[in-house]
Design a protein around this ligand. Structure first.
Ligand code: TXA
Ligand code: MG
Length: 311
């Protein structure tokens, strides 16, 4: 134990969900499995609980959180849904799509959840343990990725403990995250307009073109993010002996994203390879070229941010 909490590891069964619900109702922090990455959950209606998320992650207070809900009707209590937003929710929920919508006044969300914005980010996840937890607590749960701010997102309970052991009350071990990359974020205007703020597992071409201006639209989408804590070189076709190589397809690595060149498999393994690279004794990370198509667009988005040194 490194911090002030004795972090419990819970199973993704009824007993584990009940214990997690008890901690959350009391305002505590529980890291939870989702189909994208592990999240760090707290009840979204409690200022102190939400403040604990920011403290445990070292997250800047200007960066708002995604609120996770059990149903579309729970979501409609928190945000104003246009027909376009409802259609996206019906098509993709439960699943890895986050909708940014106008906030419903008087919905009872802690102010820090939305970092002072008039909008709120909502998602209904599909991971069975997370769905059980949302239904069992009956609470909207704020949950950013369960990493220290700026670093690689976790796709296993072990990754969560590596970053947050002693800083949170518990983690539910629900096995490796299936998609492995954070949800696609789309802002839907009350007029039905759509803007992609973060590429992810739901493919852009199915929703809307990404914002072409390269502006930072999601406050957390900073140029430098997902850092494994050492220099990262992209599109590497030649490598040196002191490179930790992340391979793809024909280019084999110390960790290979997908020998078969399968982009979905590569997304699922991306952060596990980053975590391996981070703890290896090699001083640098070199990454094979990844095709800019399908979920490869989201993979390259994360790789570019990981390769950008912090200010
Ligand atoms: O897959 C996911 O989305 C995971 C799992 C745990 O659900 N969560 C996740 O949360 O990736 P986080 O906090 O790491 O990323 C949320 C992003 C941040 O870039 C944040 O700035 C943006 O969503 N965001 C949250 N509320 C927003 C809002 N009202 N307007 C624009 N962007 C928002
Ligand atoms: Mg994150």
């Amino acid at each position: 134990m490194v911090g002030k909490y004795a972090t419990e590891t819970l199973r993704a069964d009824n007993g584990g969900i009940e214990r997690a619900a008890q901690i959350l109702r009391g305002g505590g922090l529980v890291a939870v499995p989702t189909e994208t990455v592990y999240g760090l959950a707290a009840r979204a209606d409690d200022d102190e609980a939400v403040a604990r998320i920011y403290a445990a992650k070292g997250r800047p207070s200007f960066n708002p959180l995604i609120v996770h809900v059990a149903s579309l009707s729970a979501a409609e209590r928190l945000a104003v849904f246009s027909e376009a937003a409802r259609a996206l929710a019906r098509q993709y929920w439960p699943g890895p799509l986050t909708l940014v919508l106008s906030r419903q006044r008087g919905a009872g969300l802690a102010a820090a959840v939305t970092a002072g914005l008039d909008t709120v980010a909502l998602r209904m996840p599909s991971h069975p343990a997370m769905r059980d937890l949302l239904e069992f607590t009956g609470l909207p749960l704020a949950a950013p990725s369960a990493n220290r701010s700026g670093f690689v997102s976790p796709t296993s309970a072990a990754h969560v403990l590596g970053a947050l052991d002693g800083r949170i009350d518990a983690v539910i071990d629900g096995g490796p995250s299936e998609a492995g990359i954070e949800s696609t974020i789309v802002a839907v205007g009350e007029d039905g307009s759509r803007r992609v703020l973060r590429p992810g597992p739901i493919l852009l071409e199915d929703i809307a073109r990404p914002d072409a201006g390269g502006r930072i639209e999601a406050p957390g989408q900073l140029a430098s993010h997902y850092s494994p804590g050492k220099p990262v070189r992209l599109d590497a076709t030649e490598v040196a002996p002191d490179d930790f190589v992340i391979g793809f397809g024909a280019m084999e690595g110390d960790c290979t994203l997908s020998e078969a060149g399968d982009l979905a498999e590569a997304a699922a393994r991306l952060y596990a390879c980053f975590h391996q690279g981070a703890i290896s004794d090699k001083p640098r990370i070199a990454v094979a070229p990844i095709p800019e198509e399908g979920i490869g667009i989201a993979i390259n988005d994360r790789l570019r941010r990981a390769a950008t040194p912090p200010d």
